[in-house]
Write a protein that binds this ligand. Structure first.
Ligand code: FAD
Length: 404
């Protein structure tokens, strides 16, 4: 019952951490409280090309033709070659970008990542909930309920990959409860029978205070007439919950679709905590708030954080050094060097966009559409698109300057 590393949570962050640690030579236990990894899917399932291919391009199952190739089926539900944003007043901006990313079949993707870690040698326990953990004499003792039995497992290093509601960070004294102000709540459905105007390989975003106040609704086609449709809004301060907004959005815009699945979930939109590394402990993925606060995307960052944390655990333990907070801090330094600036910028954009009126959103989307028509946008990246739309709308530039 003793391992080098215990990872709590078999989402993308935890499975990535377990895989990279075991490949680097550690004995790893990966515990997952759900009875099946990957279900239910609480995710719109879209990933951007570059971060995803950087992390997984070398995986021969996901990318049989190498990093420059395509994501294989069945993990790929659809390609993303562009996006259409619809403003509250009905302005539409269509931005094309070949190979922008993919819509995943996330339940299979999560399952594959866990299977990959297990095949590499990690021990995977499903239906196993970590109940609490304490550090005794340089070792974490984690009490788990496995099926219906309680037992204690030990390891010098513990990775908290337990998602937005994770408790490992609290057990290690790194995080507290996430304030409602720092969370978006999401509701989503798998819909069948899309109207004819929906273009395949194009993701749709719908904005407006009636649709998703302070957030956005999405429709991501998955092929075969299916789509992941949902929305996210700040968790507090609305007359209806997210699922109420989603029902109204579907009734108003897609009355003909059939709902095959409905799921609700939360996304952290806070800046990451300063210090997601403690004595013998690292937090990764949603547990460390490593989510783009503007779009709510967290898969690519979770994969990367998992790899960095898994490799760091191996480097420290295999060199015979005590896994103190100081020794493990290289994981956090690496992460901050790569993403802190971008995260702060996205957080500011999110604050700005949440403050826009419906009229201002109409202006920004019209400005973006005009820029696209004149071919002025240049290199297409999410930050550029947002920056361009806001700069192009009279009156918004001042708000933008104040925040940046
Ligand atoms: C509605 C919605 C839409 C989203 N859309 C996108 C999108 O389109 N693209 C994108 O990139 N990101 C999206 N995200 C965010 C993305 O889903 C997360 O960032 C990503 O799943 C984070 O991975 P993770 O491994 O950190 O956490 P998770 O995937 O949440 O995995 C955590 C795991 O830990 C397990 N666990 C928790 N506590 C315990 C415990 N005590 N013991 C054992 N196991 C435990 C959970 O069961 C879970 O399996 C969306 C999120 C939501 C809610």
């Amino acid at each position: 019952m003793r391992y080098d590393l215990i990872v709590v949570g078999a989402g993308p962050a935890g499975s990535s951490a377990a895989y990279h640690a075991v490949r680097s030579g550690l004995s790893v236990l990966l515990v997952e409280k759900r009875q099946q990894v990957g279900l239910p899917v609480r995710c719109a399932e879209a990933v951007g090309h570059d971060g995803f291919a950087m992390e997984l391009g070398g995986d021969g199952i996901l990318f049989p033709d190498g990093p420059g190739g395509d994501l294989s089926e069945p993990y790929r539900a659809a390609h993303i070659n562009g996006g259409i944003t619809v403003s509250p007043g009905g302005n539409r901006a269509s931005v094309k970008k070949e190979g922008a990313g993919w819509v995943l079949e996330r339940k299979l993707f999560d399952l594959y990542l866990a299977e990959r870690a297990a095949e590499a040698g990690a021990e995977l326990w499903v239906k196993t909930q970590a109940l609490d953990a304490e550090r005794v004499g340089g070792e974490w003792r984690v009490r788990v309920r496995r099926l219906d039995r309680e037992e204690t497992v030990g390891a010098p290093v513990l990775i908290g990959a337990d998602g937005v509601e994770g408790l490992v960070g609290r057990w290690a004294g790194l995080t507290g409860p996430l304030p409602l102000a720092d969370v978006h709540s999401g509701a989503q459905v798998l819909a069948a029978g899309l109207p004819g105007w929906v273009e395949e390989e194009t993701v749709y975003f719908f904005l407006g205070s009636n649709v998703a106040p302070g957030g956005y609704a999405w429709l991501f086609p998955k092929g075969r007439g299916l789509a992941n449709v949902g929305l996210g809004i700040p968790a507090a301060g609305h007359p209806k919950p997210a699922r109420g907004y989603l029902r109204d959005f579907l009734t108003d815009n897609f009355p003909e679709v059939s709902i095959l699945e409905e799921v609700h979930g939360c996304v952290p939109t806070a800046p990451p905590p300063r210090g997601f590394v403690g004595e013998g402990c690292m937090l990764v993925g949603d547990a460390a708030r490593q989510v783009d606060p503007f779009s709510g995307a967290g898969i690519n960052w979770s994969l990367e954080a998992g790899r960095l944390a898994g490799e760091t655990a191996a480097e420290v333990l295999l060199s015979g050094v005590e896994p103190t907070a100081k020794a493990l801090t290289r994981y956090e330094k690496h992460w901050q060097a790569r993403h802190r600036r971008e995260h702060r910028q996205l957080y500011k954009f999110q604050t700005l966009v949440m403050s826009l009126t419906d009229g201002e959103v109409d202006q920004a989307v019209a400005a973006l559409a005009a820029g696209v028509a004149k071919d002025e946008l240049g290199e297409v990246s999410p930050l550029r698109i947002i920056g361009y739309a806001l700069r192009g709308a009279p009156g918004l530039f001042l708000k933008l300057r104040h925040l940046l």
